[in-house]
Design a protein around this ligand. Structure first.
Ligand code: SAH
Length: 472
């Protein structure tokens, strides 16, 4: 081991920083966030340092570096753009056996700054010992996405209870068992949902053994199909759930990311084939949660956009079942982006409307005259079966026959297909191309740019030559 990783307590400790430019500013930020009492030596100061001095955050010393300035300091950082000065700082510190870091100059360091993932009080530090800083940074980025933000408040909460647990439980094994139970309990999910009071209460109850395990439902949007469009939160829910209740819109690669030993229940199949009635799904969610299960209700796109998400939450309320809602990328946003359609554009559309093509059973029709106005984009969900009706109604209400339209089948997935044409030929195009569900219809002037902006599934040179062709 070339370096010993240690975490230094800098609160109120005097630290010297030599240099006051951009690089020094970065180091100063880190040192100040660790609570150091910072003195900065330089002849010329970045304006942020001057502002900090006025706020009493740092002391500035207008001077050339001199070894005597090191006296009384805990450690020193050399961050000037002058190698000779940095080297002088290093040598003076070494002579005093004082910890010194010279920025971006590993041989002139007796300590180095690791890349950190800050979930204070939880900290993860990564270092390649100066051998491959870019690799260390990449690992840090990976860990940033893996370690959820709520680890900070969770660590804080657990820290507050350590003494009480030590007093109540005898022996290391008993305490370890208790903490394992806490980290598998709903305390974690309460913190994740920002309900710190409940988390504290539940931790207290666990300590007095009064707490039966509570079920919970997470209504999670899985996005339109590309698994990389999942949110970090959606992924966490999928990996923490006991049961995942999903419908047909959730793509296979996304289901692959569910925790291996979670139970998977499908409640929706493609139109026409068998599907579970909404009421049965609602009852299923309630009974699973009441039996103490953590239920991830995984839905395509966003759960609150044509997803009946609110209905599924409403049935939980009378039972007092806790829930969270995790938004997802809705089909309109995902499919449009992957098809190369900007839903709004200063020159073409100032409004976008999300419309369902699936009318209510009572036959209520949308306001066609409002939908037929020019310079707006319509993203029509579930419109495949009703395409002919939609086309007729829009034309009748005055939308121009040559308004550009797009049909996006399997948007954001490897098998995505995009067809474009004019409003007057929408239904014919669907028929002719035998478009399958799921498909999103987009009506509006913005579709005219589609052939230039399309990128998904095309190589860059293909996209560029297409753009060139379009200009001819
Ligand atoms: N809650 C979902 C929408 C559910 S309604 C969301 O926010 O996206 C189902 C309709 O969404 C489908 O009929 C289709 O019109 C559209 N849709 C969902 N995923 C799609 C995809 N990958 N490609 C094309 N259309 C999609």
């Amino acid at each position: 081991m070339q370096y010993l990783p240690i975490f230094a307590q800098l609160q109120q400790r005097p630290v010297l920083l030599v240099g006051a430019g951009h690089v020094a500013l970065r180091k100063a930020n880190t040192l100040l966030s660790a609570g150091a009492r910072l003195t900065v030596v330089a002849t010329d100061f970045h304006s942020d340092f001057v502002a900090w001095q006025q706020q009493g955050k740092v002391q500035l010393l207008h001077a050339e570096f001199h070894p005597a300035q090191l006296d009384g300091h805990f450690l020193v950082v050399a961050a000037t753009d002058d190698d000779a000065v940095n080297h002088a700082v290093f040598q003076a510190a070494e002579a005093r056996q004082m910890l010194v870091n010279t920025v971006d100059d590993q041989p002139n360091c007796s300590f180095i700054f690791p890349a950190i993932i800050d979930r204070s009080p939880l900290l993860v530090a990564v270092s390649s010992g100066g051998a491959a800083p870019v690799l260390a940074r990449r690992i840090r980025e990976k860990l940033e996405t893996l370690l959820p933000q709520h680890l900070g408040p969770l660590t804080q909460l657990v820290g507050n209870f350590r003494a009480a647990v030590k007093q109540k439980l005898d022996g290391f094994a008993a305490r370890r068992q208790f903490w394992e139970k806490v980290f598998n309990s709903s305390v974690v999910r309460e913190v994740q949902a920002g309900r710190l009071d409940q988390a504290q209460q539940q931790l207290e109850q666990l300590l007095t053994n009064e707490q039966p395990e509570q079920g919970e439902v997470w209504l999670v949007g899985a996005g339109p199909g590309d698994p990389e469009l999942l949110t970090l939160k959606a992924l966490q829910c999928m990996q923490q759930a006991d049961v995942v209740v999903y419908d047909y819109l959730v793509s296979e690669p996304i289901l692959q990311l569910v925790r291996r030993d979670a139970e998977l229940i499908c409640v929706g199949k493609k139109a026409g084939a068998h599907s579970v009635a909404q009421e049965d799904t609602n009852n299923l969610l309630v009974s699973l949660a009441l039996s103490g299960k953590k239920v991830c209700r995984l839905k395509g796109g966003d759960p609150f956009i044509f997803g009946r998400g609110a209905e599924e939450i409403e049935v939980l309320l009378p039972h007092g079942i806790a829930f969270q809602v995790v938004p997802g990328i809705t089909a309109a946003a995902g499919c449009a982006a992957y098809a190369g359609i900007a839903l709004t554009h200063r020159d073409y559309a100032q409004t976008v409307q999300f419309v369902t093509g699936h009318c209510r059973k009572d036959g209520t029709e949308p306001d066609w005259s409002s939908l037929a106005k020019p310079n707006q984009t319509l993203a029509i969900y579930m419109g495949l079966m009703k395409a002919e009706h939609i086309q007729q109604q829009l034309l009748q209400a005055g939308r121009a026959a040559q308004t550009p339209v797009a049909i996006i089948e399997n948007g954001t997935r490897p098998e995505q297909r995009v067809f474009t044409g004019q409003l007057a030929e929408l239904a014919a195009l669907i028929e002719q191309q035998q478009v399958q569900s799921p498909a999103l219809l987009i009506v509006g002037e913005v579709v005219a740019l589609q052939s230039q902006l399309a990128w998904f599934g095309k190589s860059t040179s293909q996209a560029a030559s297409q753009a060139l062709l379009n200009q001819l």
